[in-house]
Design a protein around this ligand. Structure first.
Ligand SMILES: Cc1ncc(COP(=O)(O)O)c(C=O)c1O
Length: 375
C-alpha cells in the first residue's frame, strides 16, 4: 500500500522505552513523571465519576472548565479571553493536529524549528503542505536571520515551542520582538505556540504568546494538563484561538474526536481553582538542581536547562559513537535510557547530545546519576 507518511516509523520514545524495559534500565528517556499524582485530583475524578458525567461532553469542552482556564490565563498572563476562545482537546497532540489541518492548505508552507518535537511535521504533510525545517542556533534559540530568509507569502504558520523540548531552553525578550516583526511583515502568517511546559521555567521566566500585543491575536496557543498536573495518561489539554480561526479548528476537532473525556473535564474544572501553578517551577527546579548536582562528577557536559523537565548532556568527551548508538549502548551496558537529539532534526544532524528527563523521584534520579557517573 502506498504510504501517506513514508518516512514515519516507530517513534524513538517507543523504541527507547521498549529497550529500557527489556534491559530493566532506569528510564529517563520518555517525558513522563514517575511520582504520584496529587491525591486531591484522584479524589476529584473519583467523586465526579459518581455523578452524571458519563455521556458526551459539549464539542468545545464543558463551560465550567473553559471558564476556569480563562481565569488562569488572566491570572498568569493578564489576558482577558472569552470561554468561546478556549477548546478542550485530547492532549496538546490533538490540538496541534487539529490546528494544522484547519489552517494549512495544500501547497502552503509551515516553519518548524529543529530540533523539534515529533508531532509537528506529519499533520503538515497530511495537509498537502510543505514543512520547512530550520535549525535553531547552537544555543537552541531561534536563528532569526535564517528564519526570515525562509518566510515568504506561502508561509502560513510558524510552530514555536517554548520552553523547548528537547533542549530545555527558554526564549529571550528579543526573540519575541523578532517574531512580532516577522508577523508585521507577513500579514498572512500565524503562530502555533506550543507552550505545554509553560509553568515549568526556572531562573529565566517563561513569556507566553498570551502576554504579547501583536502576537496574541495572531497565535493559537497550546497547553497540556498532562504536563502541568503530572497526568500525561489522561491525554487532556486545550488551545486558545481568535474567533475566526477557532471556527475553522472546531470544524476539524468535531470530526477528530467530537469531544474529550468528560469525567476528566469535570474533575479538572473542580481542581483548577484549588491549584497554585506558581509552585510548579520551583518543584521542577529542585529536581533539575538535584540531578545536575548528582551528575557533577560525571564525564558528561551538562548544557543549560531553563525550563521543561529535560536536561541535555554532551557525551563528546566519552565516545565518538553516534548519539543513537551511544544511547542504545548506555541503556544495555549501564542501565540508563535517554533520548538522542539527532532524531529531532530533519537532517538527523548528530551533535553528540542526549536528553534526560528529570521528572522522576529523587531515588530514580540518584540511582541513574550513580550509573552515569561510572561511564
Ligand atoms: C513540546 C511538546 N508538545 C506537545 C506534547 C504532547 O503533549 P500531550 O501529551 O498533551 O499530547 C509534548 C509531549 O511530550 C511535548 O513535549
Amino acid at each position: 500500500m502506498k504510504s501517506k507518511l513514508p518516512h514515519v516509523g516507530t517513534t524513538i520514545f517507543s523504541v527507547m522505552s521498549a529497550l529500557a524495559n527489556e534491559c530493566q534500565a532506569i528510564n529517563l528517556s520518555q517525558g513522563f513523571p514517575n511520582f504520584p499524582v496529587d491525591q486531591r485530583l484522584i479524589s476529584l475524578i473519583q467523586e465526579n465519576s459518581l455523578t452524571n458525567v458519563h455521556q458526551y461532553a459539549p464539542m468545545t469542552g464543558i463551560v465550567e472548565l473553559r471558564e476556569q482556564i480563562v481565569q488562569k490565563i488572566n491570572l498568569h498572563y493578564q489576558r482577558e479571553l472569552d470561554p468561546s476562545n478556549v477548546l478542550i482537546t485530547a492532549g496538546a497532540t490533538q490540538a496541534i493536529f487539529a490546528t494544522i489541518q484547519a489552517l494549512v492548505h495544500p501547497g502552503e508552507e509551515v516553519i518548524i524549528l529543529d530540533p523539534s518535537y515529533d508531532c509537528y511535521e506529519s499533520p503538515v504533510i497530511l495537509s498537502g503542505a510543505k514543512a520547512i525545517r530550520i535549525p535553531l542556533s547552537d544555543n537552541f534559540l531561534p536563528d532569526w536571520d535564517h528564519i526570515r530568509s525562509k518566510v515568504n507569502h506561502q508561509t502560513k504558520l510558524i510552530i514555536t515551542n517554548n520552553p523547548h523540548n528537547p533542549s530545555g531552553r527558554v526564549w529571550d525578550d528579543s526573540d519575541f520582538v523578532e517574531l512580532q516583526n516577522l508577523l508585521n511583515d507577513f500579514p498572512n502568517l500565524w503562530v502555533l505556540s506550543d507552550e505545554v511546559y509553560e509553568f515549568i521555567s526556572f531562573e529565566k521566566k517563561h513569556i507566553s504568546a498570551h502576554q504579547i500585543d501583536g502576537l496574541k491575536d495572531r497565535s493559537i496557543v497550546v497547553s497540556s494538563f498532562g504536563k502541568t498536573f503530572h497526568i500525561t495518561g489522561w491525554k487532556i489539554g486545550y488551545l486558545t484561538a481568535p474567533d475566526k480561526v477557532m471556527a475553522e479548528i472546531h470544524k476539524v476537532h468535531q470530526f477528530m474526536v467530537f469531544s474529550v473525556n468528560s469525567p476528566a473535564q469535570a474533575a479538572l474544572a473542580c481542581y483548577l481553582p484549588e491549584t497554585d501553578l506558581h509552585q510548579l517551577g520551583t518543584f521542577y527546579q529542585e529536581k533539575r538542581d538535584y540531578f545536575r548536582e548528582q551528575m557533577s562528577s560525571s564525564r558528561f557536559k551538562l548544557l543549560p536547562s531553563d525550563g521543561s523537565y529535560f536536561q541535555v548532556a554532551s557525551f563528546e568527551n566519552i565516545s565518538d559513537e553516534t548519539d543513537v548508538e551511544f544511547c542504545k549502548r548506555m541503556t544495555k551496558e549501564f542501565g540508563v535510557a535517554s533520548i538522542p537529539l539527532s532524531v529531532f532534526n530533519a537532517d538527523l544532524a548528530d551533535r553528540k547530545l542526549i536528553r534526560f528527563c528529570f521528572a522522576k523521584d529523587q531515588e530514580t534520579l540518584s540511582s541513574a546519576a550513580q550509573r552515569l557517573c561510572k561511564i
